[in-house]
Structure formats: C-alpha cells, structure tokens
Design a protein around this ligand. Sequence first.
Ligand SMILES: Nc1ncnc2c1ncn2[C@@H]1O[C@H](COP(=O)(O)OP(=O)(O)O)[C@@H](O)[C@H]1O
Ligand SMILES: [Mg+2]
Length: 425
Amino acid sequence: MSTVALKEVTKIWPDGTTAVDNVSLDVQDGEFMVLLGPSGCGKSTVLRMIAGLEDPTRGDILLNGEPVLELPPRDRSIAMVFQDFALYPHMTVSENIGFPLKLSGIEPAPRQERVDAIAGALGIGEVLARRPSQLSGGQRQRVAMGRAMVRRPGIFLMDEPLSNLDSGLRAELRAEITSMTRELGVTTMYVTHDQAEALTMADRVAIMRKGVLQDVGTPTEVYRRPATLYVAAFLGSPKMNLLEAAVYVHLDRYIALSFGEQTLYMPWNDPRARAVARYHGERIVVGIRAEALTPVTPDTQGHVFQGRIRYLEHHGHESLAYLDIGATAIVVDEMSGPVTETRTGGGFRKALQRLTGQAPEPVAPQGRVGVLSEVGKHHRKPAELAVRLAPYPAIGSGHPLAVSVRMEAVHFFDERGDRIDVGWR
Ligand SMILES: Nc1ncnc2c1ncn2[C@@H]1O[C@H](COP(=O)(O)OP(=O)(O)O)[C@@H](O)[C@H]1O
Ligand SMILES: [Mg+2]
C-alpha cells in the first residue's frame, strides 16, 4: 500500500519566489497521477519535496498516511527518475540496474535475479552486458527506469523522463511506462509539460499554473469539464476556441450571447441558463472546442456562426479551417514559458523599440510584478475559430463557411477565468 498526500504545501525559495502555492493533493494506492503544467509552474519542486530533496516552507506531506517531513530521502521508499538521468558509463547495463541493490548489500545471486526480471519487463534483457554508450536513447531511458524500480519502491516519481527523446520513441515508451507501473501496481507521480502525454498516460491529471493547482481529475473529466479557463486552454488540440461574449437576458425567453457581429441564443430551459443569466450586461468567455462545431449549409437555422476561412492547416487525417466570424478571442497567456510578464514585457519592449528606435527601461526583471502584469492574464485578439474539416477540402482561404454550434458542449467562464458552474456534465 502506497499513498501520497500533500496538505496545503507551499514552497517559497529564499529569493521570495513562490514555486508551490498551497497545494493539496491525494494520490491513491497504485494510481498513475500526472502533474501537468508549463515549465516553471512548480512541478519538479513538488516531486522533490515528496522525495525529501527539498523541504516545504509550509504544509505537510504524508506517505501511507504518515507524516514524512522528518524522514530522510532514503527512508521514504521512493524512486525517482529525472529527465537528465545519468548512468554509470563504466558499468554494464546489468551493473547499472543492480547498483542500488549492491549498495544495500544484497548478494550477487538474488541481485542478478531481480535485475533479470526487471530488465525482461522493460525489454532490455538482451543488452545487459553492454555499456551505456552502446545503447540507444530509449534503451538508456529504460535502464534508468530499471535502476529506479529495482529496489521495488512503494512510490515512483518521474520528472519529464521522456522529454529528451524523439517523438516516435516517446509514444512507445509512454505506453510501456504506464503498462509497467500498472503491472507492478506501483503508485506513480509523473511530471510533464505535454498535455497529450498527460491525457494518454494518466489515471488522473493534476494541472498546475504558477505554483497553484488548477484542477484534478481523470483525463475525461478535466477535458470535458475544465475548472478554469486556463485548464480549458491548456488541454486539447486544436486549442479550445475562447470567445468573448456579452450576455443579455430576455427573461423567460432566452439569453443572447453576443459575439460582436453574431449572436447565439440559449433557450431559457437550458439547464445552464440561470447561471449564465447572472452575468446580464457583462462579458463572459465562451469556450467551444472544434469537435462542437460542424460545417453546415449557409441557410441552416439555429445555433450557427457565419464565417469566412482565414487559412487552412492540413494535418493529413484532417484539415483545420480557421474562421473569421467577427468575434474577439481571449488569449490565455502563461501557457508556456515560466514567466508571462517577462515575455509580455519582452514583446512590448521590442514593439516599442521598433516604434521609437530606442530601448526603454526593462520592466519587472524577475517578471513577478510590474506594470505589464495586468496585461498578462489574458488578452484579446480577433478570433480565428478552429473548425475540423475532412482532409484537403475543396475550399480555401476567403471561402465562406457556416458552422453549427453544439450548445450543450459549450463552456462558460467568468472574467476571472473560473468556470461558470452549473453542475452539468
Ligand atoms: N533551487 C531553486 N532556487 C530558487 N528558485 C528555484 C529553485 N528551483 C526552482 N526554482 C524556481 O521555482 C519555480 C518552479 O520551478 P520548478 O519546480 O523547477 O518548475 P517546473 O518543474 O514546473 O518547470 C521556478 O520559478 C523556478 O525558477
Ligand atoms: Mg521541472
């Protein structure tokens, strides 16, 4: 039995950076939990605190229900694999995997038995006599996992273990890692910044932004019902269309969602109508995934946007059309890169430099505070509505296209980015 519990854990570095902000999370026995978020959001810090390599500033960490903050790393029954795993170059694969057992004084015969078993499970039984330099990247990664697993840890922590590998190998190892950890029944916490990886591997996903936990759930739950605008924008490909809408309530009849040039009407008997009606006269964000949009003939009645194709993107199995519908898109920043304000500031500085020919004072050197941070959270731009089409359609840019909107699959968020929750699924 191995469970992990974080209780209101906060990590503030000596320089004042809050890397992890009041995170509470429970990982069940045998569960494969993926921590997902952009670089710099605090994922590694969470893992390192669980492993005992860093101390939380506040809060508590429990393994199997017992507080462990007083326990040194070696007493926590945890194994960790990093992105930049290092194998011992002068040792064979077999010796590399068996090394932790040798350290804990296990005899050569039983040691070799365990090494053979784990190497077999990882598909590297044939290369046990080789040295790391004689292995492919994928084989090396498997050796690193074998070395971590050989002591039969209760908990397996993996920090972006695949990010240095090419994409074909990554897909293959994803499947192997999940099947191996499930077979062994070992509780796993797996860190990645790749949403597709998270959705394919996880039993549950925990999504972080700037040290704050945004949402936790099965891949289906967080995809179908994202708790925040940020989660909505982070998950899925193509990205969810996020449109600004003004809300006008016509009591007992319908709610008009005005997107500028076009309007969708939500009937009053829609289960979400009352919750959305609270925003009468205000702006909200309406989230529409590509799969909620279907191309229709231009005279179709009902929930329909009339658009014009701005450009097409061909993906082989499908083409994506990006439509101009005269609406405004909300862009959620901080989807990648650690510190938005700096990135926003950088872009702003460069733009200003182009205009004025001189560089202004740098803003917000740490990127944490500063005048531009208000600009940061989300900004607006003309919407390009992503719509799925059959591969290589006969239409091209400039062509008009009408799409019907499956209203029950539409998401609503308030200006702060919180889901307008109406208890539906
Ligand atoms: N040892 C450290 N000292 C100071 N700041 C750190 C240290 N390690 C990480 N940080 C900062 O803490 C934040 C979270 O980092 P990290 O947990 O590594 O993020 P992630 O793994 O999600 O990319 C970042 O702002 C990072 O710069
Ligand atoms: Mg990291």
